[in-house]
Ligand binder design. Structure first.
Ligand SMILES: Cc1cc2nc3c(=O)[nH]c(=O)nc-3n(C[C@H](O)[C@H](O)[C@H](O)COP(=O)(O)OP(=O)(O)OC[C@H]3O[C@@H](n4cnc5c(N)ncnc54)[C@H](O)[C@@H]3O)c2cc1C
Length: 468
C-alpha cells in the first residue's frame, strides 16, 4: 500500500487531501513561496499525528507542519512534502482558573483562546494582527511576540508544558503545569521557536494572567523617539509596569495606511512624524472602576501624565480613547501593518531587534546607508517600540537579487553594530536563512546542527528551514 492509501485508512479519506484540494496550503501568507505538497493530512489527535509521522518515516517522505499559515518567513513552504495541518486539533482541553493555566491542543486559534479565557476573567495575553488565524502550535513554533511582549513576554515565557511528536513518531510528553522544574535539560524550550524542524507540537500548557478590567489607550505624538521613551518610562513608573503596548508608527506609515484604508481617520488634525499607540491595562478595581464623576482612574492617570509632558514639550499632541470603539479604531491602524507593508509586491521585510535606546540610531543609520544601495526605495517602518522590535520594510525600485541582498546585508551590519538581532519575532523560515548563514555565531550554528542531527538524522522535519 502506498503512503496516501495508508494515511487514508488511518485518518479517514476526508482528512487526506491531494491535488486541487491542497491549493490553500500551497502558498504562504505573503504569496512569495508557492509549491504543491504531496498531500495535506488533518489528524484529529496526537495518536494520529504519531502514526502518520511513523508512516512518513517508513516511506522516507518529508514533513512540513502547518497551523494557521500566517508565517511571514516562508516557514510553511512544503513542495512535495507531507503537510500535517493542526486545524482539527482545536480543543481547549481544560482551563484551570485557580492554577491560572489553560491546557490546549496545538490547533487552537489564538482568538478562540482569548474568548474562552475571558469567560473566566483571565487572559492569554499573546496578541497580534493575525490572532483570528494563527494557532497555538504555530505561535509556539515561531516563539511569536506581538504587541504585549513589553508586559507579558513572548510565547516562550507564556508556556509551562508541551507535547511533541518527534521525527521518529515517538510522543514526548512534557505537559507539565509546573513553574519550577529543574530535573535536567529544559527540553520544552528546544521545541519553542524551532519552527517545526525538531518535531511537531501537538499540545501545550499555557500561563494565564488576570484580564484587565479597564484600558487606557491613547495616540500620542512626540517630537522624537527619545521623548517617546521618556513617556514610556514615566508611565511604567506611575503604573507599576502596567504598560501593555507601546507601538511606533512614523508619519510615512500613517500616510500609507490612510491611503490604503481611507475609511480610517488620521489620529490628529496635524501630521506628525512620531506617532505612538500606548495602552495601559488595569486589573485592580482601584484603577479600573469609574469614580463618582464617571472617570476611570487609569485613564485619568494617563491624561494627567500626558498633560504634564505636553507642558514640558515632550508631547506634541495626544488623543485618549473615550470608548471601546475609539480604542479599536486606534488599534486598526496598527494592525493593518502587515497588509500595508507587505501587500504591494516584492519587499525586503526586515524584522529586527535592538536595545530600546538604539532604535532611533538604527533608523538614522539605515536611512543614510541604504540610500546608495537601493536608490529611491520606499521604506515603511512600524515598531513594537516598547520591546525594541522594528519592522523595517524596504521596497526597492529595482528588485534584482543583488539589490535585495545588499539591503539585507546593510541592515544586518547596522543591527549587529548596535548589539541587535536580524530576527526578532517572525523567525527564520526560508526568508532569513541567508542572514543566519552570514551572521549567526558559527559555534551556535554548529550546536544547532548537532541537535537537529540527533533528533532528526534523516532531515525530514521541515527540511531546508532555519539552518543554512
Ligand atoms: C497580519 C499579520 C500580523 C502578524 N503579526 C505578528 C506579530 O505582531 N508578532 C509575531 O511574532 N508574528 C506576527 N505575525 C507572524 C505570524 O502570525 C506568527 O509567526 C504566528 O505565530 C504563526 O502562527 P501560525 O499558526 O500561522 O503558524 P504557521 O504559519 O502555520 O507556521 C509557522 C511555522 O511553525 C511551524 N509549525 C506550525 N505549526 C506547528 C506545530 N504544531 N508544530 C511544529 N511546528 C509548527 C511551521 O512549519 C512554520 O515553520 C503576523 C502575521 C500576519 C499575517
Amino acid at each position: 500500500m502506498d503512503l496516501i492509501s495508508k494515511l487514508a485508512r488511518a485518518l479517514g479519506p476526508a482528512h487526506v487531501l491531494t491535488g486541487d484540494d491542497t491549493a490553500k496550503y500551497a502558498s504562504d501568507w505573503t504569496g512569495t513561496y508557492v509549491g504543491a505538497p504531496l498531500a495535506v493530512i488533518r489528524p484529529a489527535n496526537t495518536g494520529e499525528v504519531s502514526a502518520a509521522v511513523k508512516m512518513a518515516a517508513e516511506a522516507g517522505v518529508q514533513i512540513v507542519p502547518i497551523s494557521g499559515n500566517t508565517s511571514l518567513a516562508g516557514g510553511t513552504h512544503g513542495p512535495g512534502a507531507l503537510m500535517i495541518s493542526m486545524e482539527r486539533m482545536n480543543r481547549i482541553t481544560e482551563i484551570r482558573p485557580a492554577a491560572r493555566i489553560a491546557i490546549v491542543e496545538a490547533g487552537v486559534v489564538l482568538s478562540q483562546l482569548h474568548d474562552a479565557t475571558a469567560e473566566h476573567d483571565l487572559s492569554f495575553p499573546l496578541t497580534f494582527g493575525a490572532r483570528g488565524s494563527a494557532m497555538i502550535g504555530g505561535a509556539l513554533s515561531t516563539n511569536a511576540g506581538g504587541s504585549n511582549v513589553l508586559r507579558y513576554g513572548n510565547t516562550r515565557s507564556l508556556c509551562l508544558g508541551l507535547e511533541v511528536v518527534l521525527p521518529s513518531g515517538e510522543v514526548l510528553n512534557l505537559m507539565s503545569a509546573l513553574h519550577k522544574d529543574n530535573s535536567g535539560y529544559d527540553l520544552k524550550d528546544l521545541f519553542i521557536g524551532a519552527e517545526g524542524t525538531l518535531g511537531l507540537i501537538t499540545g501545550a500548557v499555557l500561563k494565564l494572567v488576570p484580564q484587565p478590567q479597564a484600558y487606557a489607550t491613547a495616540m500620542v505624538a512626540t517630537p522624537c523617539l527619545d521623548a517617546a521613551l521618556t513617556l514610556l518610562n514615566q508611565l511604567q513608573q506611575a503604573t507599576g509596569g502596567a504598560v501593555e503596548a507601546f507601538e511606533y508608527m512614523p508619519g510615512e506609515y500613517m500616510d500609507a495606511t490612510l491611503a490604503m484604508f481611507p475609511e480610517m481617520r488620521a489620529p490628529f488634525d496635524t501630521r506628525h512624524d512620531v506617532n505612538i499607540l500606548v495602552e495601559v491595562g488595569a486589573t485592580a478595581a482601584r484603577d479600573a472602576v469609574p469614580d463618582g464623576t464617571g472617570a476611570v482612574p487609569i485613564v485619568t492617570l494617563l491624561e494627567q501624565l500626558l498633560s504634564g509632558l505636553f507642558e514640558d514639550g515632550a508631547v506634541l499632541d495626544a488623543t485618549v480613547a473615550q470608548s471601546d470603539l475609539q480604542r479599536k479604531q486606534m488599534w486598526a491602524r496598527r494592525e493593518a501593518a502587515a497588509e500595508v507593508s507587505l501587500g504591494h509586491g516584492p519587499v525586503v521585510n526586515n524584522d529586527i531587534a535592538v536595545p530600546l535606546d538604539k532604535v532611533a540610531t538604527f533608523l538614522d543609520l539605515a536611512k543614510t546607508r541604504l540610500a546608495p544601495v537601493a536608490p529611491d526605495a520606499t521604506i515603511l517602518t512600524v515598531s513594537h517600540l516598547g520591546d525594541g522590535n522594528v519592522h523595517y520594510t524596504v521596497r526597492p525600485k529595482d528588485p534584482q537579487p543583488e539589490v535585495i541582498n545588499g539591503i539585507m546585508e546593510t541592515v544586518e551590519d547596522i543591527v549587529l553594530s548596535l548589539g541587535g538581532s536580524f530576527s526578532a519575532e517572525h523567525g527564520i523560515g526560508l526568508a532569513k536563512k541567508p542572514s543566519m548563514d552570514r551572521r549567526k555565531d558559527p559555534v551556535a550554528l554548529a550546536v544547532m546542527r548537532s541537535i537537529k542531527a540527533a533528533l532528526d538524522p534523516d532531515n525530514r522535519m521541515n527540511p531546508g528551514k532555519v539552518l543554512p
